[in-house]
Design a protein around this ligand. Structure first.
Ligand SMILES: Nc1ncnc2c1ncn2[C@@H]1O[C@H](COP(=O)(O)OP(=O)(O)OP(=O)(O)O)[C@@H](O)[C@H]1O
Ligand SMILES: [Mg+2]
Length: 476
């Protein structure tokens, strides 16, 4: 039987035309309002839901907030007639919606998005079944910590690490050497450089790829919960321990445990980690029974761990245990030649999500991308492109104005950028200030695509005030 998809829109003719587009591939269920759609969700399994944002009664996003409670796994797609970009980004980032389609939609675009939505649902269902097999009667695993095989194989093979720069080639060389072994790997690098991506690639290309990859962000949980997440606990060992629970080390026996942000662990936990890494032994919280496991350990942090050792904040013995094979991921500013490749990759990724066709990037847009500093590294570039793809209009090209700086982050970058002019002629303070001012204004103008009002806002100046300065510096 075809998968069921639920379409919610208050206009009958819209429902009819969506139905015509989808009915050959799916069992399409139509609803004229959020309330009756929620009833459908209570009664039958739905793979994907497409809802209009603008409806009397419940809006699309309000409806989704309720739908999540009934069938959380159904993939949610929003149909929007207007471009409320910030709200859409927010909704995507909050996990409220996975895709959105702008009206007027093209039948092929709609089909593509719904196919992906249904595929996502099926992937999650398969993972659930796998997870189920892992659960013994009273042992509940927290699924968010465990990235199961299928999902990861689909998404994280080597081919998804983009970059051909020398700096990245060094990383690949190291990865290739260490992947076939069982060696403990320590991945360091600034935030957003791709450490997690690399950890996954090491597991899923290595000898343990058919076993579990269990990732735990050590900064995400308070100490006691982290201990229990990693090592498990016996019923009654602390207030919330209502049943026995397996820890990730046990679940991932034969596989890999990825300790992300390992710098954020307490001394007590570091002691426990040392033991499991050294001896392969641990005890569940609240138990005296020693268990043995065989796991490959990968860890990562964006902190300077050696410095933390020197300051007495991280155990030296543990540091040497995890740092058997270090891989340092270089910041994006040291591999700027990867930017065009990464940019294309992200354009492709997000144009599918936004069901849009984007052909490429204008020259000035690329120039701009090659000129900025990226304190947030690849993640920052990815965010810039995601925004640009959403903003891009009918011309199907990302131009400079879509990379603009109406956004706080860019504005503060202008204010905090501290490159002094290199001109050795500058001798007096007023002259230096003038030079700096000119430089900042030029930069802000560039970022704002020459738009004076936007530039004035970004610089906290009145339009007239900016105008005067532009004249004084011969910038117009
Ligand atoms: N070389 C790359 N190719 C493609 N995507 C990348 C690459 N590097 C990073 N990314 C993407 O950038 C984002 C951040 O990557 P990731 O989460 O692996 O970074 P991280 O180093 O673990 O960051 P943090 O220290 O903040 O946890 C992800 O969406 C990831 O897919
Ligand atoms: Mg990370």
């Amino acid at each position: 039987m075809n998968p069921s998809v639920l379409i919610v829109d208050d206009e009958q003719h819209v429902l009819n035309s969506i139905n015509r587009t989808l009915r050959h591939d799916y069992n399409v269920i139509l609803s004229l309002d959020g309330k009756s759609a929620l009833q459908v969700l209570r009664e039958q399994e739905i793979s994907a839901i497409l809802a209009d944002q603008r409806m009397p009664g419940l809006t699309g996003s309000e409806f989704f907030s309720e739908a999540i409670k009934i069938q959380p796994e159904a993939t949610r797609v929003l149909l929007t007639g207007y471009t409320d970009i910030e709200a859409i980004i927010q909704a995507v980032n909050d996990g409220q919606i996975f895709y959105y389609i702008e009206k007027p939609w093209e039948p092929d675009g709609l089909k593509l998005v719904m196919a992906r939505a249904v595929e996502r649902y099926q992937l999650i269902k398969n993972n659930k079944e796998l997870l189920h097999k892992l659960e013994s009667s009273n042992q509940l695993l927290s699924s968010e910590n465990i990235v199961l095989k299928k999902d990861v194989e689909a998404n994280y093979n080597f081919a998804n690490i983009i970059g051909k720069s020398n700096a990245m080639n060094n990383v690949y060389d190291l990865m290739k050497k260490v992947i076939p072994t069982n060696t403990t790997v320590y991945i360091s690098g600034e935030t957003g450089t791709g450490k997690e991506l690399i950890a996954r690639a090491i597991h899923f290309n290595g000898p343990r790829k058919d076993k579990i990859f269990a990732a735990q962000n050590c900064a995400a949980l308070p100490d006691t919960l982290l201990e229990s997440a990693l090592f498990g606990h016996k019923k009654g060992s602390f207030t919330d321990a209502v049943a026995d629970k397996l820890g990730l080390f046990e679940v991932a026996d034969g596989g890999t445990v990825f300790l992300d942000e390992i710098s954020d662990t307490s001394p007590a936990l570091q002691q426990r980690l040392l033991r499991v890494i050294q001896e392969g032994e641990f005890q569940q919280v609240g138990s005296n029974l020693t268990k043995k496991v065989n796991v490959r350990i990968l860890s990562a942090t964006n902190k300077d761990l050696l410095e933390m050792v020197k300051q007495g904040k991280f155990r030296e013995d543990l540091y040497y245990r995890i740092n058997v094979f270090p891989i340092h991921v270089p910041p994006l500013r040291d591999r700027m030649d990867d930017i065009p490749l990464l940019t294309n990759y992200f354009i492709n990724k997000y144009m599918i999500q936004a069901s849009k066709e984007i052909k490429g990037l204008s020259d000035d847009a690329l120039k701009y991308l090659l000129s900025i500093q990226y304190p947030g590294n690849v993640r920052e570039l990815e965010n810039i492109i995601q925004r640009a793809v959403i903003l891009a209009g009918n011309e199907q090209i990302i131009t400079l104005k879509y990379l603009n700086s109406e956004w706080e982050a860019d504005r503060s970058k202008i204010k905090t950028s501290n490159h002094l002019p290199s001109d050795s002629q500058i001798s007096s303070l007023p002259k230096l200030v003038e030079e700096l001012e000119k430089k900042y204004i030029t930069q802000a103008l560039e970022i704002n695509g020459g738009n004076i009002s936007k530039t004035a806002t970004a610089l906290n100046l009145s339009r007239a005030g900016l105008y005067k300065k532009l004249k004084r510096y011969n910038l117009i």
